[in-house]
Design a protein around this ligand. Structure first.
Ligand code: DLL
Length: 441
């Protein structure tokens, strides 16, 4: 495997001693808290209810006093309720799936795009990027932050960007081959699919110039790393992020491949007990909670990511001092990521509730076949519909398939099953069977 040179985009910040880093964090946290308290009614209300004033927050040690923010707050305040600046200062909207048909959107100021770009630049440089590189961006471009995020970061580094966006495997491989792409940015499952298709299309992996890739937007495993590295003869690096905070680049792996450094001069990380919300010490597994300290458009205070991981602050071989997060080992809610698209079972439920002839009993079965996620949605027919003609039943099946595609954005294989065949549960209904094995370390 090619060796990645240990390059650091912003060594002054990325390798700063933790005491000096804390001073920056304290200042930025105080500014951010005052900014949201004065400009976002929801934050003011929550802080007043909790009896916390901006003056009570003197540094990161006071973070725990602040109330949490949740995905539901973004949904309830959709689209502009959480903006901390006048709309004229917003230059970009990005989004991802929410728990209902409506997306979660975040507004970014020029400053926020700049911060995000810097974070992705750090991530790409850690994976070996420089002016000589040709970066193929195969994350989707659009509301999803993957495409534009990787694009901005690669441009900042001075690399050549090939803005392929997602899909069209043959064309992806042809361009990668003919242009001599040296880095690839896409979801890990698609990277494996591309790698497997490469041989099927008759290419010799040696004809490719790829040396590394930044893969994220969905959970993946060490086994998948081995597979990607072998298929393409590259170094595969993990990159993490979420729309609400900044898109990709919130955290990224360095050549040590021992966790993802969180850009702590821009984002503060805590791990809390998902049930009680109590902060947990470094090393313990729990829910990742993030606070932005340099965003101006839509800052997030103690945002519950629902992602489960651990934090590690021990020194890293690369020289960076910023804390590292482990792989995401699970979620505290029922969000699924299918072919890179975030979705919630409740979205499927809302589709079914609007269709006559089916009962709101369903089961989602997720598999990975040839490196591609497959979603099967089993839906119960009502007694009346069960006795109907095959043509009528096929019509319903098509309707459900189309609506899931349009509301959730994922193509599903809809299977209609006879009444009362989906197991009923006495407690919380079990709606998901995920056979992909992605939640192991
Ligand atoms: O997925 C941003 C992104 C794009 C990250 C490209 C990396 C690369 P959202 O669509 O808002 O943003 O989804 C965020 O995706 O809360 C995690 O559950 C999951 N996720 C993102 N990166 C990783 C990763 C983008 N490296 C949600 N490993 C997050 C595991 C990830 N899960």
């Amino acid at each position: 495997m090619k060796v990645t040179e240990n390059k650091i985009y912003n060594p002054e910040i990325e390798c700063m001693d933790r005491e000096s880093l804390k001073k920056i964090q304290d200042e930025r946290l105080k500014e951010t808290v005052a900014h949201v308290y004065n400009n976002v009614p929801l934050y003011k209300k929550r802080m007043d209810e909790a009896g916390v004033k901006p003056e009570d927050i003197k540094g990161t040690e006071d973070l725990y006093k602040l109330p949490f923010t949740n995905k539901t707050d973004l949904r309830d305040e959709f689209p502009y309720g959480l903006l901390a600046v006048p709309k004229e200062e917003i230059v970009r909207i990005q989004g991802s799936s929410g728990t209902t048909g409506k997306p979660i959107v975040s507004g970014y100021t020029e400053n926020d795009v700049e911060v995000w770009t810097e974070m992705v630049a750090r991530s790409l440089v850690a994976a070996g990027a420089g002016k000589d590189d040709i970066v193929q961006v195969t994350y989707g471009y659009g509301l999803f932050t993957g495409g534009l995020g990787a694009h901005q970061g690669a441009s900042r580094v001075g690399a050549v960007v090939v803005p392929m966006s997602s899909g069209n495997t043959q064309r992806q491989l042809m361009m990668m081959h003919d242009l001599g792409a040296t880095m690839l940015c896409c979801t890990p499952s698609y990277a494996i699919f591309l790698g497997e298709s490469l041989k099927e299309m008759g290419y010799d992996p040696k004809e490719f110039k790829l040396k590394s890739g930044c893969f994220g937007a969905e959970p993946w495993t060490e086994e998948m790393r081995e597979k990607m590295e072998e298929l393409f003869d590259i170094n595969a690096y993990n990159i993490y992020g979420l729309t609400e905070i900044a898109g990709p680049g919130v955290a990224f792996e360095c050549p040590a491949k021992a966790g993802m450094h969180i850009n702590e001069d821009h984002v503060l990380a805590e791990i809390v007990d998902p049930a009680t919300g109590e902060p947990l010490p470094y090393g313990e597994s729990g829910e990742l909670v993030l606070t932005t300290i340099s965003k101006t458009g839509m800052p997030m205070i103690r945002y519950r990511t629902h992602d489960i991981c651990t934090l590690d602050v021990t020194p890293c071989a690369c020289g960076r001092t910023h804390v590292r997060m482990s792989r995401i080992t699970g979620r505290t809610d029922d969000m699924l990521i299918i072919r890179g698209v975030n979705m919630f079972p409740s979205q499927i439920e809302s589709v079914l509730l609007g269709i006559q002839g089916v009962a709101p009993h369903y089961m989602l079965i997720v598999d990975r076949v040839n490196s591609t996620d497959r979603l099967e949605v089993q839906v119960e027919l009502t007694d009346a519909m069960f006795s109907d003609t095959v043509a009528d039943i096929e019509k319903i099946q098509k309707k459900i398939t189309d609506q899931i595609k349009s509301v959730v954005g994922v193509a599903a294989n809809v299977k209609l099953v006879p009444p009362k065949t989906i197991p009923r549960s006495e407690g919380k209904a079990k709606r998901i069977i995920d056979n992909r094995g992605l939640t192991s370390k």
